[in-house]
Design a protein around this ligand. Structure first.
Ligand code: ADP
Ligand code: MG
Length: 376
């Protein structure tokens, strides 16, 4: 019996009715544009979060996680209330709430996605629960709508105003492909990312730091992009070309301009990156990845010294492209490099971190893996 099944049996006295898994993700190109109707190009990593669930007849939600010592938290299903309860339990319970489930449930979580490393363990957790419940109650919810339900759990029940990228890729990714996601209508295209046969590897560098944003943070940046949309009288930053946007620079104050400039150019980079991948041109793709980092660092200003040192060191030692991923101010960076260069890049990043007095980074690699699925 698998570890999660035997733990479930031990905690709840019977085998689970359904077990589902959902992966974390890395994002190749398209950062901080999912909440702006933009295009993004993430892929699912091999590490998954597993949710084992059964119905109970007590009208109570019981939830436990192997990453939280298997301690059981309980709440009557009639009393679900956003922003209440033990913080980590809000992710799975938020999904029960957003799907409108009225039955009592026993839920056990086991996550292999590193928590808080910018690889979206939160979306993996929500998506595993959403996928399991969709199956258990035969809800027949489509993958885009299941992604929206998982996002609603995080936005409303957890209180984290994240975009739609992480849940979408966790639910809709396919093995071997990056997912081109149009965040306006959640339509997708599988983009081949077959790096192994050409001797490449995607290295993830977890800086293990999380700095607080000092000057107003993400909400302020998002507000700048929304202000640009309203001043320019357009529906979305995705509806203006880089050239037209630059031509209208004088209509925007400097901060609004530079933040929105990141978004407009980032959406272009996603489409250019897809074209490069379709042409099997990994050199050009790598340059686009590096340009993302430069824009996040200089225009959107969400990088930090650890992320800059990681990306710069990777590039110095042969990386084709390297950048910070995720929200910024910590978390992880990625490097697309020759597999034969990975060891050297890791050693040099470790050395550079030590020389700068940073805490030691962690490293992962992953090929594009499958999205959420039911195991039984
Ligand atoms: P990220 O999504 O980048 O990993 P977040 O801060 O968005 O970082 O989400 C991490 C949070 O999600 C954790 O602090 C915890 O509350 C919750 N979480 C994720 N996976 C698990 C798990 N396996 N068990 C318990 N809580 C989890
Ligand atoms: Mg998260």
């Amino acid at each position: 019996m698998s570890v999660i099944n035997s733990k479930f049996q031990e905690l709840f006295g019977a085998a689970p009715e359904v077990v589902a898994v959902a992966p974390g993700r890395v994002n190749l190109v398209g950062e901080h544009v999912d909440f702006l109707d933009g295009f993004v190009l993430p892929f699912a990593i091999k590490d998954v979060t597993t949710a084992a669930i059964s119905r109970n007849s007590d009208s109570v939600i019981r939830v436990a996680s192997m990453q939280r010592d298997g301690e059981i938290f309980e709440i009557p299903v009639a009393e679900l209330e956003p922003l209440t309860g033990e913080p980590w339990t809000r992710y799975p319970i938020g999904v029960v709430w957003s799907l409108g489930i009225k039955s009592g449930l026993n839920i056990l979580i086991d996550g292999q996605v590193p928590l808080g490393a910018g690889l979206s363990s939160s979306a993996a957790l929500e998506s595993s629960v959403a996928t399991a419940l969709n199956h258990l109650f035969d809800l027949k919810i489509t993958k885009p709508n299941l992604s929206l339900a998982a996002q609603k759990a995080e936005n409303v029940y957890v209180g984290m105003p994240c975009g739609i990228m992480d849940q979408s890729v966790s639910i809709m990714a396919n093995e071997g492909f990056a997912l081109l996601l149009d965040c306006r209508d959640l339509s997708t295209q599988d983009i081949e990312f077959d790096i192994e046969p050409v001797g490449l590897e995607l290295l993830v560098i977890d800086t293990q730091v999380h700095h607080a944003l000092v000057d107003g943070g993400y909400a302020e940046r998002r507000a700048s992009c929304e202000k640009a949309v309203s001043v320019l009288g357009i529906t979305s930053l995705r509806d203006i070309s880089v050239e037209d946007f630059v031509a209208r620079k004088s209509e925007l104050d400097p901060v609004t301009y530079i933040r929105a400039f990141h978004a407009v150019t980032e959406m272009r980079r996603v489409l250019d990156g897809v074209a490069a991948l379709k042409a099997n041109d990994f050199e050009t793709f790598g340059k686009i990845v590096t340009e993302c980092h430069q824009s996040l660092r200089d225009n959107y200003t969400v990088s930090c010294p650890e992320l800059d040192v990681a990306a710069d060191t990777a590039l110095k030692y042969g990386s084709l492209g390297s950048r910070m991923i995720g929200g910024g101010y910590g978390g992880s960076a990625i490097s697309l490099n020759k597999k034969s260069d990975t060891e050297k890049i890791k050693v040099e990043i470790r050395k550079a971190f030590e020389a700068n007095g940073f805490i030691a980074p962690r490293f992962f690699t992953s090929l594009p893996s499958a999205g959420a699925r039911v195991l039984n």
